[in-house]
Design a protein around this ligand. Sequence first.
Ligand code: SF4
Length: 247
Amino acid sequence: MAILKSAAARKKSAPAAKAPASAKAPAAKSRKRARRVVDAAAVQEIFRRFQQANPEPKGELEHVNAFTLLVAVVLSAQATDVGVNKATRPLFAVADTPQKMLALGEDKVRDYIKTIGLFRNKAKNVITLCEQLIRDFGGEVPRTREELETLAGVGRKTANVVLNMAFGQETIAVDTHLFRVANRIPLAIGKTPLAVELGLERVIPAAFMRHAHHWLILHGRYVCKARKPACDRCLIADLCTSPEKTI
Ligand code: SF4
């Protein structure tokens, strides 16, 4: 009985033994603290180095005007820039305006882009987008995000790329590379592209906003790669606080 009693007593006292769980809380909190974005001086230095290394970064999607840029970006969803360029070079040679693209027709557009993923749907979107441009915007590519987002196949990211590259606006288009890099360094921590975009807008100094998204995309594509970041040749390794850093 005495044994039973002490066992029961131990059972009763079990919840109290969970106290260490609360003792773990500060550690968990401190882990969160470690993932705070880098401070303003580090942000300034990161972009100073990106600028010094590549003063005029360029996107890699080939285009000849705002319209062909818009089409190229629409086609680039879930496809590589190299693959898109291969298909659009001959396409844009014969259709560099919405009118010419419409005259070409959906079947022929589909033929030109058949090497790109989701080409059927994308060909449909390109034709609809051309009809919308002519009907709603006099054949011109609109210059606001709200207007761009009314076009077939155009979401916030596509709109931001066009605003930045075609019209020089200080937008940040968050693609998969930029999303990863921003969360890694971290410059902005977010679970969605929009959260990262807004976070970056808060911390990036105005002087660097125009080219910030290209620097970060190129950094993610060629250095801070998804599986194996090349930290040994990273310009900003000393400023990065990523646990994935390999040096
Ligand atoms: S140090 Fe490594 S993880 Fe950090 S930004 Fe550079 S490549 Fe990415």
